[in-house]
Design a binder for this molecule. Structure first.
Ligand code: IPM
Ligand code: MN
Length: 354
C-alpha cells in the first residue's frame, strides 16, 4: 500500500530541516520496504509575496482527497510582519482539517541534553496533548476606539463541550494505548471559571470511563513549576490550545531545546499534519546550521501515524545514537551542518547503526 505524503517545507529553516527529514524518510522507506510517495508544495512566504496566495483555493479538499499525511516545516517571514500567511496556512490547516489533537512529546534522549541537574531519560518522558481548534486561537474579538486613550480590545477564548470532550477522550485513549498511567488536566479554572469550568466538568466525567488511569489536575502556573521541579510526575498532560502552546516550549527546553521537539496535529483516522515545534528562525535561515533533528523526529511521528512503527523506531534510535556520538549541530554543542546531520542519520538508518 502506498502512503501519500504532502511535504510543505514553508519558510526559513523550515526548508532546510524538511529537506533532511525527507532524506531520512527516504532511507527508512528503502530499508523497511515502505512505499512513500512524497509531493512537495511551495506554500509559504515567497508564494504569498509573489501571488498573494497563502493557502491556495481548494487546497484543503485536495489534501483530504489525495494524501494520508502532511509533513510541514515552519511558516513565518520577517517581510510579513503580521504573520498573515503563516496563520492562514498553519492555523488554517489545523482548523479546516479539524486536527483537534496536537500531540507534543517531551522525551529526553540523553541526559547531557537537559538543563535540569541530575535528570535522566527515565525522569523526562511525557506528552502534552494540546487542544488545537478552539481556545484563544479562534480569532474572535475586536478593537473599539482604536488609537485613543479610551481604546478597548477584546479577545475571546472559547470552549465547546464537543471540542473539550473529544480532546479529553483523545488524551485518555492515548494513555490507554501507550500504557501511560496518569492523565493530568491543566487549566486555570480558579480564575477562568466559565470556560475552564467546562473543562473541569468534562474531564472528571470522561475520567470515570477510564478507571485504570489516574486522573489528576494542576493549575497551569503550578504545572510550569512541576515540569521543572518534578518532571517525572508528568505523564499525559491535556490542556487548552494556548496553555499547550506555552508548556510545549517549556517542555522543549527540558529536552535540549526547540531544535529537538517534534509534534503532530492529528485527527485520529484522518489526514494529519506533522511539524516540528520550532519556527522559521530567520537569523539562522539559509546558513545550513539549523538542527534538523526536531523535523526528523517529526517524520518518525508521521511514520508511526501511518502504521510504519518499525521504521519510526529506527529513526528515533538513530537520533539517540547520533546525539550520544556528538553528531549534532551547534545548538547542541556540535559542529555538524544541517545537511551533515541529515546524511549521518540517513546512513545510520540504512546501516541499523545504533
Ligand atoms: C506552535 C506555534 C504556533 C502556535 C504559531 C506559529 C501560530 O507557536 O505551533 O506552537 O501558536 O500554535
Ligand atoms: Mn508554539
Amino acid at each position: 500500500m502506498v502512503t501519500r505524503i504532502a511535504v510543505i517545507p514553508g519558510d526559513g529553516i523550515g526548508v532546510e530541516v524538511t529537506r533532511e527529514a525527507v532524506r531520512v524518510l527516504e532511507a527508512a522507506a528503502e530499508v523497511y520496504g515502505l512505499a512513500l510517495e512524497m509531493t512537495h508544495f511551495d506554500w509559504g512566504a515567497e508564494k504569498y509575496l509573489r501571488e498573494g496566495v497563502a493557502l491556495p483555493e481548494g487546497a484543503v479538499a485536495m489534501l483530504q482527497q489525495n494524501y494520508d499525511a502532511i509533513l510541514a516545516g515552519a511558516f513565518g517571514d520577517p517581510r510579513i510582519p503580521d504573520h498573515r500567511h503563516a496563520r492562514e496556512i498553519l492555523l488554517g490547516l489545523r482548523v479546516q482539517l479539524d486536527l483537534f489533537m496536537n500531540l507534543r512529546p517531551v522525551k529526553l534522549l540523553d541526559e547531557r541534553l537537559t538543563p535540569l541537574k541530575g535528570r535522566t531519560p527515565e525522569d523526562i518522558d511525557f506528552v502534552i496533548v494540546r487542544e488545537n481548534t478552539e481556545g484563544a486561537y479562534v480569532d474572535i474579538g475586536g478593537v473599539l476606539r482604536k488609537g485613543t486613550p479610551e481604546e478597548v480590545a477584546i479577545q475571546e477564548e472559547i470552549a465547546t463541550r464537543r471540542g473539550t470532550e473529544r480532546i479529553v477522550v483523545a488524551a485518555f485513549e492515548y494513555a490507554r494505548r501507550h500504557g501511560r498511567r496518569r492523565v493530568t488536566l491543566v487549566d486555570k479554572s480558579n480564575v477562568l471559571r466559565y470556560g475552564h469550568g467546562l473543562w473541569q466538568r468534562v474531564f472528571w466525567e470522561v475520567a470515570q470511563r477510564y478507571p485504570e488511569i489516574e486522573a489528576t489536575h494542576q493549575y497551569v502556573d503550578a504545572m510550569a513549576l512541576l515540569m521543572v521541579q518534578d518532571p517525572a510526575s508528568c505523564d499525559v498532560i491535556v490542556t487548552t490550545n494556548m496553555f499547550g502552546d506555552i508548556l510545549s516550549d517549556l517542555g522543549a527546553a527540558l529536552i535540549g531545546g526547540l531544535g529537538l521537539a517534534p509534534s503532530g496535529n492529528i485527527h485520529p483516522g484522518r489526514i494529519s499534519l506533522f511539524e516540528p515545534v520550532h519556527g522559521t528562525a530567520p537569523t539562522l535561515a539559509g546558513k545550513n546550521v539549523a538542527n534538523p533533528m526536531g523535523a526528523i523526529l517529526t517524520a518518525a511521528m508521521l511514520l508511526d501515524y501511518v502504521g510504519a512503527e518499525e521504521a519510526a523506531r529506527a529513526i528515533e534510535r538513530a537520533v539517540v545514537a547520533a546525539v550520544r556520538a556528538g553528531e549534532v549541530t551547534r545548538d547542541l554543542g556540535g559542529s555538524l551542518s544541517t545537511e551533515e546531520v541529515g546524511r549521518t542519520l540517513a546512513a545510520r538508518v540504512r546501516a541499523h547503526a545504533w
